[in-house]
Design a protein around this ligand. Structure first.
Ligand code: ATP
Length: 199
């Protein structure tokens, strides 16, 4: 699974559409301080479903939308797309190439797409669970993240090991199954109450 391309517009400092092609091997992004290098990794984490705005160096969701400059109006929305080569079938979808897109409007409305088909954030999490790019993964290590990992509580550090060991999706499925079980139990209690009232 190779990350082939990143496209973004209206995201943080990227007022205009940017497109970065990633080739096989190592890609380095260089530039002066404040030129937007970290915004590239923020864009990658955001489209993969990062929900913690502080870890994207903002205070509120809207902070990731281009705020405008002396020459440009603020953007109405931010959009980021990542395209993966899936010829090795690592992502569990029958496509050779998979593009995921996330869009946020100033109104707060959010949209997610997989190959241009609207989906839920949960579908993005499920697609990448255990690929190394899931929500608890450390594929993208931003500044200060190393300290965070070293200082993390054991239970939080365990999440990283679970992601690396490929069991995240089973943990998520178990959580979902437990939730359904609980709701079924509540329904059964309610039905018994109704039966009791009728009898
Ligand atoms: P350094 O080398 O110092 O770490 P960098 O190249 O990684 O810097 P970034 O931190 O990616 O730079 O980018 C910071 C720039 O992004 C700042 O100039 C900041 O004003 C700009 N920026 C961040 N959010 C927005 C936004 N919502 N709208 C416009 N510009 C933004």
């Amino acid at each position: 699974m190779l990350l082939k391309r990143l496209e973004a517009f209206g995201f943080k400092s990227f007022a205009d559409r940017i497109e970065i092609e990633f080739d096989k091997g190592i890609t380095s992004i260089v530039g002066p301080n404040g030129s937007g290098k970290s915004n590239v990794t923020d864009a990658i984490r955001w489209v993969l479903g990062e929900q913690n705005i502080r870890s994207l160096r903002g205070n509120k969701a809207e902070d990731i939308i281009f705020t405008g400059s002396s020459l440009r109006k603020p953007a109405g929305a931010a959009e980021v797309s990542l395209t993966f080569d899936n010829t090795d079938g690592k992502l569990p979808l029958e496509f050779q190439e998979i593009t995921i897109t996330r869009r946020l409007f100033r109104s707060g409305e959010s949209e997610f797409y997989i190959n241009k088909a609207r989906c839920r954030l949960k579908d993005i999490y499920t697609l990448f669970a255990d690929t190394g790019l899931g929500k608890d993964s450390i594929s993208v290590i931003s500044q200060n993240k190393v300290d965070d990992i070293l200082n993390a509580k054991p239970e939080n550090r365990r999440l990283l090991f679970e992601e690396c060991a490929g069991i995240t999706k089973y943990r998520d499925r178990k959580k979902e199954a437990m939730r359904k079980l609980e709701s079924t139990k509540q329904n059964a209690i309610r039905i018994n109450d109704i039966i009791g009232e009728i009898e």
